[in-house]
Ligand binder design. Structure first.
Ligand code: ADP
Ligand code: MG
Length: 681
């Protein structure tokens, strides 16, 4: 039997079961062997009936004492009730629906382990459709597989056992060179594969998992490094430091750059003067001053006769960047234009003319920058702000507008470095790990809705002192309209101490021009209180705003709250963030407390990652990574660091992996499962 043997050649696998396997992506016996258990049930950890907690999983060892006849409850629903008794003589009921096979397998007088969720009440406990194991079984550690309806764990176990009995050597041929395997204390592949399905004990299961997760993360890291090496082409927008006086720009800035900003600018200049195009991520917490770094990069490019495109995810942000860059660069003789979807034809034509004719030019815009009508004369640098908002494809589309321009992506989502190396494995990274001087910590309070009145009183005090405030209003339920909810909320403020202040409304469904008007009004302090949905989330900069009040704060992710909080504390005033929790559970209380304790974005994201897991954390971000079967890039961080070391070792021996043909093939296969990444590889 080889890895490529079709699944249908296994005993008991006909067309029907093969179709079910197909749903899980399993077509060959090789696929089946690499379908790993999610966890194990340890049938030796039993509880007596009296201690089984209702609502929780348990394993109960009991003897079947009576089986009721099948009862037809209604059309298509047959109930099987079985009564069992544990060693203490306590009884409980086992229930199966429409599963005659499971019910028939139990014999009166037979002793079994039953594993499942306990239900019922204190008088009569029940277990609905438990998994069952005979007490005569020797191996009590049993795998739990991802399944699909119609496919049971028992079927999988039978099929996998058959494969493991008949597998040829090819199944277990190790992709890792032996010395690497020993260096990182990893099990041999055969042991890992056999033990992941049928471990002798907990320890064996853990060793097996470690080995298989290591392989997966290693291939991921190898693939990313190879992509990076392969994209190193000729630098066709080569720049030079000669005749560029950066000091001229710095002199016109209102502040001195932080050390971290200077280092980032210097990384960027080195890259643009180097032998291959720049591909750099600027990672900096909210307020770390990424825009100034972008301005410096654009200035350097312009002085070298290259145009820059700066793409922002929202019109508000694009307008803000446009303003900042115009103020800085236009006096230095560099043209700046704004290109967004909502501008008039005349404005657009003017902007496009500049782009097509002037080299010392910067275009700021939204994704409208990518539209076909936008033609650049000499695009040399593409900067994408808040890059996680854009897909890989949108970034690529913009780069095509020039001849292999340099690329910078800027992100305010702090990600621990080992993770960034995977997710942005194809990029070099500069971290802005230093906030501009003179920023005081934003004082953060988490309160329950009961204290809302007092919180409003606090906001009022700040407004009376001449500050401005944001209120992020409750999130919209699926059905309701965002506009209505925001309006209603703003209206309700009129019955509070916040009545009478100049109040603006900002929400996602608003036409862009209107948003801009409101934002401009807030910036000009024609508005005191800005009631907004989360559109204020990214990048908006109003130094006089000193309070951020967030309703239903418990519904946001911590990283998102951190982003929102970053909207204040941007000027010289002590700033505050008030988190109002609608629904307080112990868990949400703990989460919000983190916000009151730290303002370090890395720490917050670390916690967020731990709480939510990698799936949710990266969920809707199009990071374009291959799917992982067993490793978890968040939970397996230590292992990931080891893999990164091993990957470097392997590539230093053989840069294209040709010395490790099996590893190379498997790496390509891993990336082959995913289109984005496969294209890049
Ligand atoms: P972000 O990294 O969140 O995009 P911004 O670029 O919007 O941050 O900068 C936040 C604020 O800090 C802006 O008002 C900007 O003018 C100011 N700023 C940036 N760099 C410095 C600095 N080195 N010193 C003082 N203020 C700075
Ligand atoms: Mg920004």
């Amino acid at each position: 039997m080889t890895k490529n043997t079709p699944i249908t050649e296994l005993k008991g696998v006909g067309a029907k079961r093969a179709e079910l396997y197909g749903k899980l992506g399993i077509n060959t016996v090789g696929d089946l062997i690499f379908h790993f258990p999610r966890r194990y049930i340890d049938y030796s950890e039993t509880v007596p009936v009296c201690e089984a907690v209702i609502g929780e999983h348990a394993v109960i060892k009991a003897m079947v004492i009576k089986k009721n006849n099948a009862a037809r409850i209604r059309q298509g629903l047959v109930l099987y009730k079985i009564f069992a008794e544990d060693d203490n003589g306590d009884r409980f009921t086992i229930v199966f629906y429409n599963n005659r096979y499971a019910a028939d397998a139990l014999e009166e007088g037979g002793e079994y382990y039953f594993s499942g969720k306990v239900s019922g009440n204190l008088v009569r406990k029940e277990m609905n459709s438990p998994t069952v194991l005979k007490t005569s079984e020797e191996n009590l550690l049993r795998p739990v597989y991802p399944l699909t309806e119609g496919l049971t764990a028992a079927m999988l176990i039978t099929n996998i056992s058959e494969v493991l009995k008949q597998a040829d050597d090819e199944f277990f041929a190790d992709p890792l060179p032996n010395d690497i395997r020993l260096e990182y204390s990893l099990a041999v592949l055969e042991f890992a594969i056999r033990s992941i399905h049928f471990p002798k004990d907990d320890h064996a299961a853990e060793i097996a998992r470690k080995r298989l997760a290591f392989d997966e993360l290693l291939k991921l890291q190898l693939g990313m490094i190879m992509i990076k090496n392969r994209t190193k082409t000729e630098n066709s927008c080569k720049m030079s430091r000669q005749n560029v006086n950066m000091q001229k720009l710095y002199d016109s800035m209102a502040f001195e750059l932080t050390g971290a900003q200077k280092r980032a600018v210097s990384d960027i200049i080195n890259d643009m003067c180097g032998d291959s195009p720049m591909n750099r991520l600027i990672q900096g917490d909210v307020g770390s001053g990424k825009t100034a770094v972008a301005a410096a990069a654009a200035y350097f490019a312009a002085e070298n006769g290259f145009q820059t495109a700066l793409m922002a995810p929202t019109e508000i942000l694009a307008a803000q960047h446009y303003k900042t860059l115009s103020e800085l660069l236009v006096p230095l003789g560099i043209g700046v234009c704004l290109i967004t979807g909502s501008m008039t034809k005349k404005q657009r034509t003017e902007a496009l003319e500049g782009l097509a004719s002037e080299s010392r030019f910067v275009a700021v815009g939204t994704h409208a920058l990518i539209s076909e009508t936008t033609v650049f004369k000499s695009l040399g640098l593409v900067i994408t702000d808040e890059q996680h908002r854009f897909g890989v494809g949108q970034r690529a589309a913009l780069a095509v507008k020039g001849n292999a321009p340099h690329k910078i992506v800027m992100s305010a989502t702090p990600i621990p470095r080992t993770l960034a190396m995977i997710i942005y494995g194809d990029l070099d990274i500069s971290v802005l790990n230093e906030l501009p001087k003179g920023r005081s910590k934003i004082e953060t309070f988490a309160v329950t809705a009961k204290l809302r009145e007092r919180a409003f009183g606090f906001v009022k005090k700040q407004l009376d002192e001449g500050r401005q405030a944001y209120i992020v209003c409750p999130m919209i339920e699926e059905s309701g309209s965002e506009l209505a909810a925001a309006k209603e909320y703003a209206e309700s403020l009129k019955k509070t101490v916040l009545a009478g202040y100049r109040t603006g409304l900002l929400h996602g469904k608003m036409p862009a021009a209107e948003k801009e008007k409101v934002m401009a009004g807030f910036k000009a302090h024609e508005i005191d209180l800005l009631v907004a949905t989360t559109v204020v989330e990214v990048g908006v900069d109003v130094p006089n705003a000193a309070v951020m009040l967030i309703e239903n704060a418990d519904r946001f992710g911590l990283s998102q709250l951190h982003q929102l909080r970053g909207r204040v504390g941007r000027g010289k005033y002590q700033s505050y963030c008030v988190l109002i929790a609608g629904n307080v559970t112990e868990e949400s209380r703990q989460r919000l407390e983190i916000m009151t304790k730290t303002s370090d974005g890395f720490e917050i994201s670390e916690y967020d990652l731990k709480m939510r897991g990698a799936g949710d954390f990266f969920g809707n971000r199009q990071h374009g990574l291959p799917d992982l079967k067993i490793a978890d890039i968040a939970a397996d961080r230590e292992l990931l660091a080891e893999c990164q070391k091993a990957a470097k070792e392997l590539l230093s021996i053989s840069p294209d992996l040709s010395a490790f043909p099996r590893l190379k093939k498997e790496t390509e296969e891993l990336f082959g499962r995913n289109n984005n990444a496969a294209e890049a590889l």
